[in-house]
Design a protein around this ligand. Structure first.
Ligand code: ATP
Ligand code: LTN
Length: 335
């Protein structure tokens, strides 16, 4: 194989607006890696239809999310940004891999168990084979690393098992990818539920990157701190998870250590601390929101990014697909 940079790939479902957790826990870190790695990031629109979607909304979000990715610093010149459904090889490889994945393996996936109990009137086959499509997403690009949240680790492990099984029959077809799980520092908790990760399903405690500075200020003013009488800014994740979360956000954005933050707010109380964190977040998100707002109006540009992303992605993906088709015995013509 030719000498190449290490490769990184990840996907996010265009199932909602991006929030501070997505930005600090994922996208911001992806953006700084684009010099060091060959990076592929895509919107997993095919995965979203495992649960019912409003078609117009899905189309809108698929474009908005691209604008937001770019505004967060994912430069389309340095990263291959594309929409999953624009590269048919994903669905094509998924079928082959379906035949190398066991029913028992898929039955053990916790996301399937969770989602099938949540959407019990629509336990469709796509929900069940979702991890196989994800394995295809990954293996097509032969990545070395797959940065994902903890909840996706099991799917990447399954991907490795499928790849190893395939390679053991046909030789070295797939690179075996490593999951890259973001560090604990990158875990942002909900402002109103500091025991659970920040999530779009709890919008009051979730700061969206498109929120106005006023909305951000309001959400931080209402952030849950703690009920003890001490009421001082001190890092104690067990006793004061809300304060710890705010300190973590503040520290990530300003680069200040927890000790420095404790000193800065010594004797000032939460009434000063919470708005200060809100202000730092608002000023970090302002240029992103403005840039995303500008980009979303330029549909021709976004279309072009998607078009060129799909072209670059297809080139890599089709190379793997051709190899797989050949290995399993699909006749590919005389030459
Ligand atoms: P939901 O909001 O419904 O829980 P989500 O925003 O977590 O969904 P995902 O597609 O699961 O959406 O996450 C996309 C990426 O953002 C993943 O890499 C995940 O690890 C990261 N991420 C999501 N929420 C957080 C968070 N609160 N803190 C840090 N990283 C997060
Ligand atoms: N299942 C992931 C999204 C996803 C993905 C991928 C992530 C789809 N395909 C390939 C990494 C690699 C999720 O729901 N967060």
């Amino acid at each position: 194989m030719e000498e190449r940079k290490k490769r990184m790939l990840s996907g996010i479902q265009p199932s909602g607006d991006l929030h501070l957790g997505n930005y600090l826990g994922a996208i911001k870190n992806w953006a700084v890696r684009s010099e060091e790695y060959d990076c592929f990031y895509f919107m997993a629109d095919m995965h979203t239809i495992t649960v019912r979607q409003d078609p117009a909304e899905l189309r809108r979000r698929s474009l908005n999310q691209l604008a937001q990715y770019i505004a967060c610093g994912l430069d389309p010149e340095k990263n291959v940004l594309f929409l999953q459904s624009h590269v048919p090889a994903h669905a094509q490889l998924a079928w082959v891999l379906d035949c190398y994945t066991m029913f028992g393996e898929l039955s053990r996936m916790t996301q399937f168990k969770d989602k099938s109990s949540k959407f019990h009137d629509n336990i469709n086959a796509g929900l069940f084979t979702y991890p196989v499509l994800m394995a295809a997403d990954i293996l097509l690009y032969q990545p070395d690393f797959v940065p994902v949240g903890e909840d996706q680790k099991q799917h990447v492990e399954l991907t490795r098992n499928i790849a190893q099984r395939f390679n053991s029959v046909y030789g070295d077809v797939f690179t075996i990818p490593e999951p890259l799980i973001s560090k604990t520092g990158a875990r942002i908790y909900g402002l109103t539920t500091p025991e659970a990760k920040m999530s779009k399903s709890v919008p009051e405690g979730c700061v969206f990157i498109m929120d106005s500075p006023d909305d951000i200020a309001r959400k931080f003013r209402k952030a849950v701190t703690d009920s003890d009488t001490e009421r001082c800014v001190r890092y104690d994740k067990e006793a004061k998870p809300g304060v710890a979360n705010l300190m973590n956000i503040y520290s990530t954005l300003t680069g200040k250590s927890f000790e420095e933050i404790e000193k800065e707010f010594d004797g000032k109380g939460y009434g000063v601390f919470k708005p200060a964190v809100g202000e730092v977040v608002a000023s970090c998100l302002r240029p992103i929101r403005e840039e995303a707002g500008r980009l979303i109006k330029d549909k021709a540009y976004l279309d072009e990014v998607y078009r060129s992303g799909a072209e670059k992605a297809s080139w890599v993906a089709n190379k793997t697909l051709r190899k797989v088709y050949k290995k399993v015995g699909f006749y590919q013509g005389l030459k």
